[in-house]
Design a protein around this ligand. Structure first.
Ligand code: IMP
Length: 177
């Protein structure tokens, strides 16, 4: 069975990604050493990044996940985001760090930050592996950011095209054909 589309050259190698993840983990371990930290992973794209980041943290931390769907349509639904799996744990007074694969328009995280902030956590910040600022619609402060990339579509290291390619250890440019 052939997956859809075509892999183009590597944009970020596994070594480059792992080195950057280690730097982010060092910064997070230092910044959150006095706090009750919970990593909030957004299913499914963030799972590879979150798993690697988590294993490099040197402070106590809990992990929770949520899943969302976004409507790509037009009209009043455009950009709307709906929670399809909520967190399992209470987050009152905890310091939340949302872990995301890529921030593109910012619509997804704009909605999630608002939703989580309303539940009374100590703080809500964002850690994204990739940032594509050119396409931003909702301005968002990114506390931790792995790499800034251009407008090209990418797959690998958790990022998918029609659910495929998440298992690749590097991030590739991609053509859907
Ligand atoms: P945003 O709400 O536009 O910021 O959407 C971010 C989400 O879109 C990410 O979590 C990804 O699931 C998806 N996404 C955006 N760009 C890419 C890409 O280049 N490859 C794979 N998924 C992407």
């Amino acid at each position: 069975m052939t997956p859809p589309g075509t892999l183009l050259p590597v944009l970020l190698s596994s070594d480059v990604i792992q080195a950057r993840v280690a730097e982010l983990a060092t910064a997070i371990s230092s910044d959150y050493r006095e706090q009750d930290l919970t990593l909030v992973g957004i299913l499914k794209g963030s799972v590879i990044f979150l798993a690697d980041l988590l294993r490099q943290l040197t402070i106590p931390v809990t992990v929770d996940f949520l899943a969302i769907t976004s409507y790509q349509g037009s009209g009043s639904q455009k950009g709307a985001v709906r929670l399809v799996k909520d967190l399992d744990e209470e987050i009152t007074d905890r310091s939340l760090l949302i872990v995301e694969d890529i921030v593109d328009t910012g619509l997804t995280l704009g909605y999630l930050v608002r939703t989580l902030a309303a539940r009374g956590p100590a703080s809500v910040r964002i850690c994204t592996l990739l940032d594509r600022p050119q396409r931003r619609i909702v301005p968002l402060p990114l506390a931790y950011r792995g790499f800034e990339i251009t407008d090209d579509f990418v797959v690998g290291y958790g990022l998918d095209y029609r659910q495929y390619y998440r298992q690749l250890p590097a991030i590739y440019l991609f053509s859907p054909d």
